[in-house]
Design a protein around this ligand. Structure first.
Ligand code: PLP
Length: 380
């Protein structure tokens, strides 16, 4: 099997699998809210895990909330901030190339009367900064909402430039950042990055599905999305899962340990595939300076889904548009927003890599593409 769909999800690493087994022990199975010694031990282990995750992310432990996924983190941050801070302004600035986890929150807020300004993006997927300046200079803006690495193209946000524009024009405007596809693949140091809220997902870094994190900078007030027993400082009620927090920590630790070697490996695979695919008249849609873990490519004469299923015959797995919306058979809104014409976008396939992929797999992928053109091009 060649799994080039790591932006959709990754498989749990061996270390994560081991940690799952270990956490099945009775001694880790108490309720962190219980007063007896099993509860106290679970509570301590949970807090130790939070401290460790905070350290790995360059944050303080009081700023880390464990969630079920990045979608929950996004909903908690965006909706929670706007609900709690009614006087911060009526405007939110974002782009239409965000993940649906953000876009659907923004759409809901628009329906309840907020003014959401969607900045245009350049061909490389980066927001047009002069438009950001203009939008920030108008009505009072409560929140900026951006993605550090786009999940469909790998386009990297110019975060420092955005923050400097924000600081110059509207320093009170808060920043929510989706860092799901950046985690473990480029440095993420939250205090240095100077964002106010940030979301992460464990299943993109070889942890389990069901694990997410929300970073909430100290002093940023939000209304919690999930109410109940007041766990996690009242920010996310529900009995804490020590298992899920722990496997997020284990996966993050491993991702950071292997980050440099993994980046080099992804660069090699990406560079090779770009060259070979372009030689076969495929169009590379990821920008040149994209994170090398994502390669969006449009195959001449093959619709996205046809190519996906052809590759599947060779036990090769890729995505069309982002996995959560791919069943709807739509052309990628991210590509269309970035100025790609509909025909090219309709043939786009996303290859996404992890540290487990090899150059050999990349070579086999090219052989499969050649074979597909030889066998099926006449039928298409
Ligand atoms: N943001 C981005 C950029 C993503 O790629 C994804 C998942 O595809 C999400 C958010 C949502 O993550 P989760 O599946 O953890 O809810």
């Amino acid at each position: 099997m060649i799994y080039f769909d790591n932006s959709a999800t990754t498989f749990p690493s061996d270390r994560v699998r081991e940690a799952v087994n270990n956490m099945m022990k009775d001694e880790f199975s108490g309720n962190p809210g219980s007063l007896h010694k099993l509860g106290v031990a679970a509570d301590k282990a949970y807090n130790d895990t939070r401290i460790s995750v905070a350290g790995l992310l360059g944050a303080s432990d009081s700023e880390i909330i464990f969630t079920s996924c990045a979608t929950e983190s996004a909903n908690t941050a965006i909706r929670g901030y706007m609900s709690r801070n009614k006087r911060a302004g009526n405007r939110i600035i974002s782009t239409r190339t965000e993940h649906k986890a953000s876009l659907e929150c923004l759409s809901l807020l628009e329906k309840s009367g907020y003014d959401v300004v969607y900045l245009p993006v350049e061909k490389d997927g980066k927001p047009v900064l002069s438009e950001l300046e203009k939008a920030l200079s108008g009505e009072k803006t409560a929140l900026l909402c951006f993605t550090l690495v786009n999940n469909e193209t790998g386009s990297i946000l110019p975060l420092e430039e955005i923050i400097s524009v924000r600081n110059k024009i509207s320093p009170d405007t808060k920043i929510y950042l989706d860092a799901v596809q950046a985690l473990g693949k480029m440095p993420v140091d939250l205090h240095k990055m100077n964002v106010d809220m940030c979301s992460f997902s464990g299943h993109k870094i070889h942890s389990l599905k069901g694990t997410g994190v929300l970073y909430l900078k100290n002093g940023t007030r939000i209304d919690p999305l999930i109410l109940g027993g007041g766990q996690q400082g009242n920010m996310r009620s529900g009995t804490q899962s020590l298992l899920l927090a722990k496997v997020f920590e284990v996966a993050l630790e491993e991702a950071l340990e292997t980050m440099d070697a993994s980046h080099k490996n992804a660069e090699e695979i990406n560079g090779y595939l770009r060259k070979e695919l372009e030689a076969r008249n495929a169009k590379i849609l990821s920008p040149d300076d994209a994170l090398p873990y994502v390669l969006n490519v449009s195959f001449d004469g093959f619709e996205s889904e046809t190519m996906l299923h052809c590759l599947e015959i060779y036990d090769i797995f890729v995505s069309t548009v982002s996995a959560c919306s791919s069943k709807a058979k739509k052309v990628s809104y991210v590509l269309l927003e970035s100025g790609v014409d509909r025909k090219t976008a309709a043939n786009a396939v996303r290859l996404s890599f992890s540290r487990y992929n090899t150059m050999e797999e990349a070579q086999d992928f090219i052989k499969a593409v050649d074979d597909i053109y030889d066998r099926y091009a006449v039928l298409r």
